[in-house]
Ligand binder design. Structure first.
Ligand code: PMP
Length: 291
């Protein structure tokens, strides 16, 4: 066995009477992004696009980079990560420890990070994992996260009222939405974004502290598939995260607090039958300096 054999099949935790969440901290690198990294590398290896020693390159707020860096270490690839400079120091330390080479660009500037990644990939013939535009990202969550959630629902004999999820690339929400709607066409799909960067709500991108979501564009999100967008201010997301840690023993990161808060808001306003499902996306340790 190797670490990537333990990606996915995460626990399904009960947060309140009707709210349940996938506990992604159980994954080898501690976030939902292990799913995507494994899916993309497995696909590339099956198609013989990679050989040991090859360079991977990605633009990331951190978790995707950490996930790819762990898999690169496991499988003998090199990896170059381009990230906005305002991401937490814990993330940068983890990336360097896993052997990634870091290039930092301007605060919150994902467009610059993506443009530099594409330029470096084409100039050097590096393998561009392309998370923000890769259709495999949605396919991954359709086949893994969404499939697992269906299994939990069937085991619990429950139907889903809503799936509530913050969006970074949008891979999680689009893949899970496609899977759940195939069986439960009435399930509501609720996107979560930072109040300081309300792009899907029609506002302007801005700096915020909910690392991992609200990266400045909607990327893979098809707003036609989204029933509602809930905005959460950074300070409220942090407060809800601290409560999850102290009151529930769920040592999770800030986007998890945003997700749970949004799920609670949705529940308070809607009285439809069924459970509300959300994501606990990553571990809290990588935010000690900023929460
Ligand atoms: N929360 C955190 C902490 C993340 O790192 C990510 C991924 N960027 C997300 C939520 C959102 O996931 P997705 O990219 O699938 O929309």
């Amino acid at each position: 066995m190797r670490p990537s054999d333990f990606v996915g099949n995460t626990p399904f935790l009960q947060i309140s009477n009707r709210i349940f969440a996938k506990f992604e901290t159980y994954s080898p690198s501690g976030s939902v992004k292990d799913r995507l990294a494994k899916y993309i590398l497995d696909d590339a290896e099956r198609r013989c696009l990679l050989k040991p020693g090859d360079m991977l390159v990605e633009a990331t707020s951190g978790n995707t980079g950490i996930a790819f860096a762990l898999l690169a270490a496991e499988r003998g690839y090199r990896i170059k990560i381009i990230m906005p400079s305002n991401m937490s120091n814990e993330r940068k330390h983890m990336l360097r420890m896993l052997g990634a080479e870091l290039i930092e660009v301007g605060e919150g500037d994902f467009d610059e990070a993506i443009a530099l990644r594409d330029k470096l990939a084409s100039e050097n013939d590096w393998f561009n994992t392309n998370q923000f535009h890769n259709p495999l990202n949605i396919e991954c969550h359709f086949n893994t996260t969404g499939f697992e959630i269906l299994g939990h629902l069937i085991a619990m004999k429950q139907t889903p009222a809503a799936f509530v999820s913050g969006t970074g690339t949008g891979g999680t929400i689009m893949g899970v939405a496609k899977r759940l709607r195939g069986i439960y066409p009435d399930v509501k799909i609720i996107a979560v974004e930072p109040a300081e960067s309300p792009v899907m709500s029609g506002g302007e991108p801005g700096l915020h502290g909910i690392q991992g979501i609200g990266d400045g564009s909607k990327f893979l999100v098809d707003l036609n598939q989204i029933d509602e967008v809930i905005t959460v201010p950074t300070e409220i997301a942090k407060q809800r995260t601290r409560e999850l840690i102290k009151e529930n023993g769920m040592l999770v990161g800030i986007s998890s607090g945003a997700n749970v808060y949004a799920a609670e808001q949705w529940e308070a306003r809607n009285h439809s039958k069924g459970v509300i499902i959300t994501m606990l996306c990553d571990r809290g340790e990588r935010y000690l300096s900023c929460i």
